[in-house]
Design a protein around this ligand. Sequence first.
Ligand code: DOR
Ligand code: ZN
Length: 429
Amino acid sequence: MALLLKNAHVVDPSVELDGIVDVLIDGERIARVGENLDAADAEVVDLSGKYLVPGLVDMHVHLREPGFEHKGTIESETRAAARGGFTGVCSMPNTDPVTDNGVTIEYVKSVAAREGHCRVYPSGAMTRGLKGEIISEMGDMVAHGAVAFTDDGRGVQGAGMLRRAMDYGKMFDRVFMSHCQDEDLVGDGQVNEGVASTRLGLLGWPAAGEEIQIARDIAIAELTGAKLHIQHISTARGVELVREAKAKGLPVTCEATPHHMFLTEDAIDGTYDTSLKVNPPLRTAADAQAVVAGVVDGTVDAIVTDHAPHADWEKSREFELAPFGMIGLETSLALVITNLVKTGTIDYGRMVELMAIAPRRILGLDQVSVAEGSVADLTVFDPEASWTVDADALESAARNTGFKGAELTGRATDVFVGGVATLRDGVVC
Ligand code: DOR
Ligand code: ZN
């Protein structure tokens, strides 16, 4: 049955829409967009007071399957994605086995098709086993649907290795996504090096450990002509390096997470909350401000979560022994609305660029828009819903949110993927 979404405030800068219109979905696609639409036998949904935007895509998510199902599964984490308002996610390849060949890409896709609550766009490893030694089966993975290459969880340590991977892999016209971390410099660093590492008595993870690889990877992208995307950028100098690369006209993009924008190293106190242990680490307030400035001026292209579920028993250990990472799919939209839109830092149009348009562009996916004929991947949210983050009430299998107790405004209420509801009135379908 056709679905008539009435009275939502539609924001889609790609078609210059910012106002109240009705949207008629027929099958997989949008049939009509306009004022006071009528459709004889459509189900009518009144979305007064809500916003409707092109479906949000999170281009940096750890779904953990295959191999780490004790942390989360494709079913559980795409469920979290739907609850958070996303119509699609790009999965990271640090699974077990590593997603470094066509068969594993196919496995992720087939489980997602059977059990998923959103679209899953798999990325494939740049090097076999994420070891940084041998180029992965790039062509095979692309043939099976890989949308990007990354060794996320690690940086490619050898500059020559990165060059060879880019020189070879650029023929597949996919983006190379870099987790920037010089392992020799970072060593066993646990938190940002400086005030936090000194105060907490933990080994430091220096900003330079990230910035050195950002600078290096930009230089190698220039050398090879490959498309480079810097993952979870966290330092002021890192943002500046990307700004300079863009000014030179290089094909470089970057992403930032809510936790690197809205939390700082100061949040880690004497309780040593391991939910706040992330890689790269929470940085200084000046770094966080610089990342936000990058979001405002366009240096930062996309907002992502680096959603990294871990089991309670893994996080309930000494800080040094706990794994890096926090979940984020269910808090991302609300954090952006609360901290960036409600404060007047960006508007909803820019939010849509950061969370829907740019991720699709960088990953080479077909764009969706709120226009006749587009695939109906849509996100609806209530901009005034206020709620408190309760780790036990999240859909994710994991509870390692760094935003426990945060009071947020804005929450997804309905999500449609190819015209099919995956979230209705806040309930995952
Ligand atoms: O904090 C992180 N956790 N950063 C990463 O790069 C990897 C991720 C994970 O896989 O847990
Ligand atoms: Zn990473």
